[in-house]
Design a protein around this ligand. Sequence first.
Ligand SMILES: O=C(O)c1ccccc1NCC(=O)[C@H](O)[C@H](O)COP(=O)(O)O
Length: 211
Amino acid sequence: MTAARVKICGITRLDQAQHAVAAGADAIGLVFYPPSPRAVTIDNARAIARACGPFVTSVGLFVNAEPAQIEQVLARVPLQLLQFHGDEPAEFCEQFGRPYLKAIRMRPELDVVDAISRYPSASGILLDAYTPGVPGGTGETFDWARVPAAPSVPVVLAGGLTPANVAEAIIRTGCYGVDVSGGVEAAAGDKDPAKVENFIVNAQQAHAKGE
Ligand SMILES: O=C(O)c1ccccc1NCC(=O)[C@H](O)[C@H](O)COP(=O)(O)O
């Protein structure tokens, strides 16, 4: 069994990206959603993605963006993966010819298996908390019992994860990976190095206990 992969999302600073990678992050998330306090410019994102190196996945996150905006980013920033965090259907996500993660927000009435089946071309599905009017980075958890036991694609668990609860989340869901933003921050967009380190260590140890 492979350890759960860790994505640190909402990185805005080069030094914090380098620290996350040195601490063992498998992926870093760059938010291209201007209303977010974690939004990055193309120039900043390019510098961060280049500094992370080829063996760390740089993920570009978009929320109902125009295709032209996404193409503009792709032309400058070496992203290995796209993350669609809005209401984008599969046909939209596929048009860029890049591997992608589709975020699904866990509305109370949502049929999760059905929602996942709508994205057969996705490299993975990110399950996040649902808060009306807020597309992501809410710091809220959802009921982990709703994570499918045998999903058809790798599932990345997100929403309100912290160094304190990530181990339990991995053991309870058996997820492929975990994604965190607010739970490792000192303030929105400002990652706390100690929290990042603790999050990664605890995620790795959870795998050891779950084997
Ligand atoms: O982080 C944001 O500001 C954000 C804004 C709009 C859409 C998505 C956003 N983040 C997406 C992520 O992948 C977060 O890591 C995920 O929602 C979990 O956030 P948190 O609960 O703060 O760990």
